[in-house]
Structures are given as C-alpha cells and as structure tokens.
Design a protein around this ligand. Structure first.
Ligand code: ATP
Length: 602
C-alpha cells in the first residue's frame, strides 16, 4: 500500500500536492466540527433531563454565570441553540470540504488524462508498433477516470473518515473507556478481518478487470475498424460474442468488488444495533439512574450514527484502492517509463527545416524490431543526391517500409548513421530534418473533416494558407475533382477515414497533404499499388511533375512507378543486392527482371 501511495504522490506536480494539503486541512476541520457537534449533545441532554447539572458541572456553571442567565430554561434554550449552531457549522464545513474535494478530483482527472495523452504522444514511434491504440485510448479516457473515482477519491475519503473516526473514538474514550474499547474491538476487528480475508483476491480481481476492460475496448474498436470485412464475411456474431465475453467479465468483477465493499455494512449495522441494546442492558444491570443512562446512550447512539458510516467508508475505500491498484501501476508505468520507450519532448513551436543542399547518405544501417531479434535491415549504404529520384524495390517483407521509417526518423537504427550534407542526424536535429520531408504512407489516414483541413493536416484553422492548399491540390492532380465535382469544394466533408472518397482520390489527397508544406523531399510508400491503371496514370503524372523539382524516394511494387527513377535499389531480406537505373537493372539483374515480371502481371 505504501508503495502505491508513493506512486500516486509522484503523479502530482507541486501545485497539486499543495492542493492535497489544503484538502487535508479542510477535511481535518470537517472532522473537528463533526466531533464538536457530537460532543455538544451530552450537556444539552443532561440539561433537559436534569436541570440541576448547572450547579454540579463547573463548566456549565461558569457559562451560566458569565452570561448572567436568569433561568435554567433560558440557559437550556441557549445551549440548544449553540448545539444547533455547531451542527450547522459542522455541515457548512463539510459542504466546503466536499466542494473542494470534488473540484480537486475533477480538475485532477482532466489534468492527469491530458498528461497521459501527452506522454503517449511523446513516445517514440516504435512504442506504437508494440502497443494497442484502443488500449492507450482506454487508459486516457476511461482508466484515468476510474483512477480518480476509485482510487484518489477513495484515498481522500479514507483519510477523512479515519480522522472523523479517530476524533469520535477519542471523544468516546473520554466518556467511557471500557465500552468504547469493547465497541472498537468488536467493530474494528470485524472490518479488519474482512479486509484481510479479501485483500489478495481483490487485488487479483482488479488486475483481471483491467485486462477484461482492455479486451472489451479492443474488440469494440476492431469491430468498427473492420466493419467492411466483418460484414462481407458475416463475422458480426464472432465480434459480438467476443465483446460479450469480456464485457460480462468486466461487469462481474466490478459487481463482485462493489458487493464485497458494501455488504459488511448491513452486518455491522446489526452488530452495532445489538451493541446499543447490550449497552442499555449493561447500564440497567449496573443500576445507573435513567437520566445518566439516556444521556450516555444518546451520545453513543449519535456517535454510532457518525462512527459506523465512517468505519464502513474506511473499509470501502481501502478495498476500492486495493482493487484499483492495477490501474495506478499501469498509469504510473506509462507516465514514468524509461529506456527505449521513454517520452521525448516535442518542441513548442515548429522547428526550422534543416538545410539540404547536396546529399542524404545512409551508412551501414542495421535494424531489428526487437532486441536480439532478426535483423530486418543489414548494413544498408545508400546515397541520395538532392533533386534525384530514387526507387526502392523488393519483394514484400524485404524491408522497404522499415528503411523509409528510418529515413523519416520514426525508427532509430541499431547501428549506422544518416548523414545530411556532412551532418549526422541525431535526436536533437531529427525534427529539423523531418520538416524537409513530405510523406505519403501506404494507408493514408483521412480525418472526418473538410478537404481543406485534410490537406493542411494539423494546421490551426486560422493559419491555413488557402493558396498553398490549392497549389498542392493542383500538383497532386486532385484540384479538378475538388473544385468541379464536390458541391462544397474545399469545404466538403471527407468522412471518417475517408470512406466517402475513392482509393485514387484518397492517394492524391495524401499527396496534396504531403506537398502542402512545400517540402524538399517527397517520400512515397507504395503510393500507387492499390490503384487501377487510369488512376495510377493520373497519380504518376502528378508524381512526374513533382519529380522535376523535388528529391523523391519511391517505394514500389509496381516497377512502372520507379521506371523513371535515376537510381533503383533492389532490396532482398534487408540487404541491398543490386542498384542502377531501370534499364541497367533490367539487363543485369535476374531478380529485378523476375520482380518486374511479377509486378507487371498483377
Ligand atoms: N512492428 C514490427 N514488429 C516486428 N516486425 C516487423 C514490424 N513491422 C515489420 N516487421 C517485419 O519486418 C520485415 C520488413 O517489413 P517491411 O514492412 O519493412 O517490408 P516491406 O518491404 O515494406 O513490405 P511491403 O512491401 O509488404 O510493405 C517483415 O519481415 C516484417 O514482418
């Protein structure tokens, strides 16, 4: 538990830690006010039942004389009013403490989920190759909320009610040591026993729930993402069944946790009621007079009315925290992860593009996705002159996309260097280098927004340069379609992941997006592989137009795409096995010819 609390503390910044201290003070004041409210009951009851106590009690006598009351009745009304005021004050302080607590908790929920999203976004690209994005989304949106509600609020409740319980217990000790000790032993030990008996199971159930919830999110996400294939293959049932399994498991574990947390309440209430009855009998047997008896029993009944919920809340909170330790561990790990997946800060403003005048050299690049894993790239040496057009060809799985990801600075080579005009790329200048690159991936992601926002992707609306958008669309051979065939032109909505436009249009929108920033280098990852001849021709025309003024790196299966390249590198199993222009390779390389045959037959 202590280790978990340390982890929780580490999740807060200085300001939040200060807020926690303010909250603790408010909670302490609340506890104190509640105890004073309770303590004021006894003299009031004494006065009502036995007015002579004014003379017997030194304190009451002093107050009576100080304010010079004329009758005991007037004094009783005064004490009653004070008691009522104290209870009002206690509730006012409780209201403030609750308000402050909720404000803190919700602000914290907002800040922590933002911090987690920021952390995830600053993880290296390789992190996203290893982690499920539905799971990451779930952590940001759901688990941080669960951590706030089921761990943080519970911790604050635990502290609050421990203080309340402690203060009430001290008050009761002052009143009657023996009975209080007996009550604490009976109630306290019952709660402790239940807690100890369920603790480990609770922790394991919490871990299982986290996993079930992850699979629940993953399945729902996959069901929507793959809806086309699911429908064509009639696999709806499969996904629904999978979802049902995890969702039911999640629900069952949640219910079990809540039941364990709340059930002892009823048992304890019966126990407490029985204890009050026993208490009355005990006083009767001891032969105490009825006035004292009523006053003491009132105090114990009222204190019990406050103490029992406090003990129940302590148990409830402690159990909830144990159940949700797995979430805390996961979020703490993701925020403070070091090593290969440590977060890397991104700059506050756009970095300046790195100068690119002569050449880009890859020297002895070696890479594998996993430590000790198979080498996906082996000793790659490539030189790309500015304004040249380079093709990367090779069978599927040969390592072309991996190589491009290294050039893009998304993956770090295990060995070797990337040198731009004699300057080696490293973590400090990689973003300046990336500013030179326009990249068209295999699968272009289009957001559910307008054409203009998809071309100027990620640019704040007020900063979008419409002329640059139009120019990029023209070069990408998509301007005609946007301006003449779409009703709202550049303001037309594309639809989630671009499902309202064709594959070829999507490719060209991706091309326009890559060109919007007028980059020095354009990298196309199999830009035309999914297109029919006519669309491919339109895209190729666009590419040829761009190739006249830009450095280009093209990955292609269809070798027609790289026909005009100045140099083509033939890659096989992560190694460059040949290079030359199209004619040279067609003459000299059997493998290239084979690849050319295969690709032209597709
Ligand atoms: N995230 C990953 N984790 C582990 N291995 C990977 C990962 N991504 C790719 N690989 C492996 O690396 C090898 C090269 O893949 P890569 O995508 O670079 O090939 P490619 O030549 O671009 O293929 P294609 O033409 O089909 O896109 C393949 O064997 C692939 O299985």
């Amino acid at each position: 538990m202590l280790q978990s609390l340390k982890k929780l503390w580490e999740l807060f910044n200085k300001k939040e830690r200060l807020q926690i201290l303010v909250l603790l003070i408010a909670v302490l004041a609340m506890a104190l006010a509640q105890v004073i409210g309770i303590a004021s009951v006894m003299p009031f009851m004494d006065l009502v039942m036995e007015p002579e106590v004014v003379e017997e009690s030194q304190i009451l006598n002093n107050i009576y004389n100080y304010f010079a009351f004329e009758s005991v009745t007037a004094f009783t009304v005064f004490v009653g009013a004070v008691m009522f005021f104290l209870i009002l004050l206690s509730n006012a302080i409780s209201t403030f403490a609750s308000w402050y607590k909720l404000k803190f908790v919700w602000e914290n929920n907002h800040r922590l989920s933002r911090r987690l999203l920021k952390k995830y976004m600053s993880k290296p690209y390789s992190y996203f190759l290893m982690h499920n994005t539905a799971d990451l989304g779930k952590n940001v949106l759901h688990e941080v909320y669960a951590l706030t509600i089921n761990y943080l609020i519970q911790l604050i409740d635990l502290i609050t009610y421990s203080i309340v319980a402690l203060a009430i217990i001290i008050l009761l000790f002052l009143t009657d040591l023996l009975i209080t000790s007996a009550a604490i032993i009976i109630l306290g030990s019952s709660y402790i026993l239940i807690y100890l008996a369920t603790k480990n199971k609770m922790k394991i159930a919490g871990e299982k729930r986290l996993e079930a919830n992850m699979n629940r999110y993953k399945t729902a996400y996959e069901a929507f993402n793959g809806i086309k294939e699911i429908k064509v293959n009639s696999r709806e049932n499969e996904f629904l069944n999978r979802y049902t399994y995890y969702s039911a498991k999640n629900a069952k574990l949640q219910a079990w946790n809540q039941i364990i947390r709340q059930m002892p309440r009823y048992f304890m209430e019966a126990l407490a009621f029985g204890s009050v009855v026993l208490l009355v009998l005990y006083f009767v047997v001891r032969g105490e007079d009825s006035t004292q008896l009523i006053s003491k029993v009132s105090l114990f009944a009222f204190a019990g009315y406050r103490l029992l919920p406090a003990l129940q809340s302590i148990f409830n909170s402690a159990s909830s925290m144990v159940f949700n330790t797995a979430i805390l561990d996961r979020i703490h790990e993701d925020i403070f992860e070091a090593g290969k997946f440590a977060a890397q800060k991104w700059p506050d403003s756009l970095p300046e593009p790195m100068e690119f005048r002569e050449s880009l050299k890859l020297k002895d690049i070696t890479f594998s996705y996993h430590e000790q894993g198979e080498k996906i790239l082996k000793n790659i040496d490539i030189e790309i002159r500015k304004d040249s057009q380079i093709g990367l060809a090779g069978e599927t799985g040969s390592g072309k996309s991996t190589l491009v990801n290294i050039i893009l600075g998304l993956l770090e080579a295990d060995q070797g260097k990337i040198i731009v005009d004699g300057k080696e790329l490293n973590r400090d200048n990689i973003r300046n280098w990336q500013r030179n690159i326009g990249y068209v991936p295999q699968d272009i992601y289009l957001c559910d927004n307008t054409i203009i926002k998809n071309i100027a992707f990620g640019v704040p609306e007020s900063e979008i340069d419409f002329e640059a958008v139009q120019k990029a669309a023209q070069i990408a051979n998509i301007a005609d379609f946007i301006e003449n065939e779409l009703e709202a032109g550049y303001q037309s909505i594309v639809g989630e992941r671009g499902i309202r436009i064709s594959g070829g249009q999507k490719q060209r929108l991706g091309l326009a997006r890559a060109l919007y920033h007028d980059p020095e280098i354009l990298i196309l990852d199999e830009a035309t592989s999914s297109l029919d001849e006519a669309t491919q021709k339109a895209v190729m025309e666009a590419i040829d137009k761009i190739a006249e003024v830009k450095t280009m790196i093209i990955i292609a299966h269809r070798l027609s795409t790289v026909q005009k390249c100045d140099k083509i590198y033939l890659i096989e199993k992560g190694k460059i096995i040949d290079s030359g222009d199209y004619a040279e390779l067609a003459n000299n390389s059997q493998k290239f010819r084979k690849l050319a045959d295969i690709s032209s037959n597709r």
